[in-house]
Design a protein around this ligand. Structure first.
Ligand code: FES
Length: 170
């Protein structure tokens, strides 16, 4: 891979972008044998380290991997999984796998989108909730499934969502 990058955090770096995290990401990229086809892998790792993929992280990856920033941004914006905004304090993952879809996952997402005034993949203005539609979470017997933080809610009915959400409101 390319030579060691000397990228010091700039003063506009946010507090959740400490140099140690860039070092960890750099070490990961250096550990990969091939740079070809590893961008998605690197982005996954970066999102795990930073929690999301802010512009400075995308630029770092682009310079380190010697690819254009536009290409990195293109991949980040193409896949729902990647987020270039910080996640909310509480993440709501609604399973949209087949079993959950059949049992009304779409109605659940639609209700939450309206209630939280965001689209799936977005975070509320107050930074409290992030709403995601996710692939099968492996609890199909409980469909439809909503996971909030670490807690799994099974056989969720739209009418129950207000009460469930109330537990997480500030
Ligand atoms: S489809 Fe939702 S848990 Fe499997």
């Amino acid at each position: 891979m390319s030579e060691k990058l000397v990228l010091q955090p700039k003063n506009d770096m946010e507090k959740d972008l400490p140099k140690e995290k860039f070092d960890e990401l750099e070490a990961y990229i250096d550990s990969l044998e091939e740079s070809e086809g590893t961008l998605i892998q690197v982005l996954h790792k970066a999102q795990k380290i930073f929690g999301y993929l802010p512009r400075d992280v995308q630029l770092f990856i682009s310079r380190k991997m010697d690819i254009t920033g536009a290409r990195v941004y293109g991949v980040v914006s193409f896949y729902n999984y990647f987020n270039d905004k910080p996640p909310g304090e509480v993440t709501i993952n609604v399973c949209t796998g087949t079993a959950c879809f059949v049992k009304g996952a779409n109605e659940i997402i639609a209700y939450l989108e309206e209630k939280l005034e965001i689209a799936a993949g977005q975070t509320t203005e107050d930074g409290r909730f992030t709403l995601n539609g996710v692939r099968c979470v492996g609890a199909c017997g409980l469909a439809p499934v909503v996971i909030i933080g670490e807690k799994v809610y099974g056989r969720v009915k739209v009418e129950e969502l207000d009460d469930i959400l109330a537990k997480y409101e500030r």
